[in-house]
Design a protein. Structure first.
Length: 126
């Protein structure tokens, strides 16, 4: 069993309830096909780098899960069939990526990084 990370861009015309229903369906699909959900994150509405189907924004959703290799192909087939999905991308995580994601969730790296003390970060006045 490998660990995977999938980013899905949903159409921006969906309501909050529609987004919850759609993402809930994908989580349920993963559970039914033997995958274990590790982490999920709704990034919200963001600007796209280029227009997709005449849309300039999209709702980003991240799924991180552990599962057999065949679950990825089946999940991507579901994304392709869903008209609310603009784009999707799945990668298999190696041990370094898994460690990075765990450290980021704990707040050791990234924007929300916890600082040790303010004394060390501020220059001393002589």
């Amino acid at each position: 069993m490998n660990q995977y990370e999938t980013i899905v861009i949903l159409t921006p015309v969906l309501s909050d309830d529609d987004v919850k229903i759609s993402t809930g369906n994908y989580k349920e699909y993963l559970k039914q096909h033997g995958a274990q959900l590790v982490h999920e994150e709704l990034w919200g509405l963001r600007q796209l780098a280029y227009p997709i189907r005449k849309k300039t924004t999209g709702i980003y959703y991240l799924l991180e899960y552990i599962g057999p290799g065949n679950v990825v192909g089946n999940l991507e087939l579901q994304f392709t069939r869903d008209e609310n999905v603009l784009r999707h991308h799945t990668i298999r995580l190696d041990k370094y990526s898994i460690d990075y994601n765990e450290r980021k969730r704990r707040g050791e790296i990234g924007r929300g990084r916890k600082t040790e003390t303010k004394e060390k970060s501020e220059p001393s006045v002589a």
